[in-house]
Design a protein around this ligand. Structure first.
Ligand code: ZN
Length: 205
């Protein structure tokens, strides 16, 4: 047994429980969980209360934007509500984290559509399992361009192909971000310069 697994047993039941609970979070192993647990214990009670309440309230109140399906706490997200954004340009991404990655560049003026996944025949995820129907409904309004920014994984490429075939008959311009994004790389891990290059170098499908 690894020493990390043993170490948990040295602490009292409550501390062990906290360490265990923290490990349900992605990227948090035993060592990090222990460090966080002891930090939490040393924090003023009021701060711990605010942290736990914020987690609970966020979880309870966050929902999907009625337009782009990103996560938000209102009916529409701040991007869809903004008159400063170009609502005739829609960038299709797989997850809200991908949206956040493009927003960080500060250079994209259009709006988004979050699919919440990608088509994967291997995992049994079909077009009906992602927010594709909702995208097609949005395209009934005036739209100049759909930028497909799904990941450059097999699933992302399959999804891009599928969407482009679906949209083409409507006459709306469909583009795909350039290959600047490393194959297999999640968009959120790509730096802003690379993302901007991928966006500027997009090609018509
Ligand atoms: Zn939105």
């Amino acid at each position: 047994m690894a020493w990390e697994a043993l170490a948990v047993d040295y602490f009292s039941g409550r501390i062990s429980e906290l360490i265990e609970q923290l490990q349900v979070l992605p990227g948090i192993g035993t060592k990090t969980a222990q460090r966080l647990a002891f930090h939490i214990i040393s924090m003023p009670e009021e701060k711990v209360k605010r942290l736990s309440e914020t987690m609970l309230e966020t979880r309870k109140n966050v929902r999907y934007c009625s337009e782009c399906y990103t996560l938000t706490d209102g009916e529409k997200c701040p991007i869809c509500s903004s008159p400063k954004r170009n609502h005739r340009m829609i960038m299709v991404v797989e997850t809200p984290r991908d949206l956040a990655a493009y927003e960080k560049t500060g250079k994209y003026e259009g709006v988004y559509h979050v699919l919440h996944g990608a088509i994967s025949p291997m995992l049994g995820i079909g077009p009906g399992d992602i927010r594709l129907k909702e995208l097609m409904v949005r395209l009934e309004a005036d739209v100049d361009e759909v930028i497909i920014a799904t990941n450059s994984t097999l699933e992302g490429e399959t999804t891009a192909m599928y969407i482009s075939r679906l949209i083409k008959p409507t006459g709306i311009k469909v583009t795909r971000i350039a290959n600047g994004v490393p194959v297999g790389g999640d968009l959120e891990n790509v730096d802003e310069v690379t993302l901007l290059r991928a966006l500027e170098g997009r090609t018509i499908l």
